[in-house]
Design a binder for this molecule. Structure first.
Ligand code: C2E
Ligand code: MG
Ligand code: MG
Length: 380
């Protein structure tokens, strides 16, 4: 009981303390006027609880974290305030601090995300999603053999929004399928245009985890290939293992049909999430992309270098083409080559860029373009 009395003794009469959970208490500071006053109260509480407790002859050291949310700036009703105080509490625990104030920036970014989500569909109608292309180099020949198409949102007020800031919103809405098809459509149109200009490049697109299980996906991609007269062998589809795991049977069926059409499946971000050797054996994949986090850390961490090397060996032994993404310097590029890694992609070679910039870059870059062998013709 000493704890409750102690807590009460740190508060004023106008304040309320109540137990919210087994080891959680809520305190309503009715008479404070700003966050600084609340911080002082938090200090007082922490101070009061810092000496060890004596319980049945045992000394118990209490650890406490406090999350603070203030009315009205952090919420206008009880539920919001409690939720935000709880978020601040998690932050305090995460950072090992005694107290943390709900971050208004977080609040602002949650609101901004909410606003963005509401604009997704009109963005599609207004054609605000654009593609940047990042080259992939073949380490054996030193030539650029393909590109990866990466989506960006050209927002009228916010400028260029990166995929990490809007794809999670897309995943929760019905625009996942139309957006993915728009990306494939644009990428294939670009692929056609480059082929007409004499560039021999494969085109990789990333597919949303949600649409991999749509039964008509292979057929819709086939239609786009025919429409743009692009050979299926030019198209690489990058999927992550976690995307496949959502509904394995249906995903495998879709991937098998895409492979039967002549499209190449590439496993993206390999080494993170649900990576499993069984998947590598079972999936109709021909290419494995080592996640950039390992490659980027290779120079500084021996463990990461060992992981990358092992993944290159593993992929190669299974007869897969191995791509390292996130190559940021010449030394890593050279090391990957000696390990027998097939392709590399990363800022050291080039950042993702709009199609016209890529053409200019190609014209002046030391890398040649195109595989030396030709690809098979387009579908009729
Ligand atoms: P990802 O498919 O693994 O794409 C590679 C990401 O790594 C890209 O980020 C690229 O800009 C970045 N990157 C490449 N080289 C380097 C490097 O050397 N250093 C560093 N630090 N980063 C590098 P981006 O464009 O922000 O895309 C992030 C993720 O968003 C992609 O990861 C992919 O999962 C997803 N994404 C992008 N475009 C699409 C799309 O059209 N559809 C779907 N469903 N997902 C997409
Ligand atoms: Mg990718
Ligand atoms: Mg990746």
């Amino acid at each position: 009981m000493r704890g409750r009395n102690l807590l009460r003794s740190t508060l004023r009469d106008s304040d309320t303390a109540a137990r919210l959970g087994s080891d959680e208490f809520g305190i309503l500071l009715a008479a404070v006027h700003n966050v600084e006053d609340a911080l002082q109260a938090a200090d007082r509480i922490a101070e009061a609880f810092s000496p060890p407790f004596e319980i049945e002859g045992h000394t118990v050291d209490l650890e406490m974290s406090i999350g603070i949310a203030a009315f009205p700036q952090h919420g206008g009703d009880t539920d919001t305030l409690l939720r935000h105080a709880d978020m601040a509490l998690s932050e305090a625990r995460r950072t090992g601090s005694i107290y943390s104030v709900f971050a208004s920036e977080e609040h602002a970014s949650a609101l901004a995300a909410f606003k963005l989500a509401g604009q997704l569909r009109s963005a599609l109608d207004r054609d605000e999603f654009i593609l940047h292309y990042q080259p992939k180099v073949d380490l054996a020949t030193g030539r650029i053999v393909g590109v990866e198409a990466l989506v960006r949102w050209q927002h009228p007020e916010m400028g260029l929004v990166m995929p990490g800031n809007f794809l999670p919103l897309v995943e929760r809405t019905s625009i996942a399928m139309p957006l993915s098809l728009r990306v494939v459509d644009k990428a294939l149109a670009q692929s056609r245009a480059w082929e007409d200009k004499g560039f021999d490049l494969t085109m990789a697109v990333n597919l949303s985890p949600r649409i991999l299980h749509q039964p008509d996906l292979p057929e819709r991609i086939k239609r786009l290939l025919v429409q743009h007269q692009v050979a299926p062998s030019r198209l690489f589809i990058e999927v992550t293992e976690s995307a496949i795991m959502i509904d394995e049977d249906r995903a495998l069926a879709a991937l098998d049909r895409l492979v039967a059409q002549g499209v190449t499946i590439s496993i993206d971000d390999f080494g993170t999430g649900y990576s499993s050797l069984t998947n590598l054996r079972r999936l109709p994949t021909r290419e494995l992309k080592i996640d950039r986090s390992f490659v980027m850390a290779m120079r500084k961490s021996n463990e990461d270098a060992v992981i990358v090397r092992s993944l290159v060996e593993l992929g190669t032994s299974l007869g897969l083409r191995v791509v390292a993404e996130g190559v940021e310097d010449a030394e890593v590029l050279a090391t990957l080559k000696t390990w027998g890694c097939h392709k590399a992609q990363g800022y050291h070679i080039a950042r993702p860029m709009p199609a016209p910039d890529l053409e200019t870059w190609i014209a002046t870059s030391p890398w040649g373009v195109g595989a030396r062998t030709r690809t098979v013709p387009a579908l009729a």
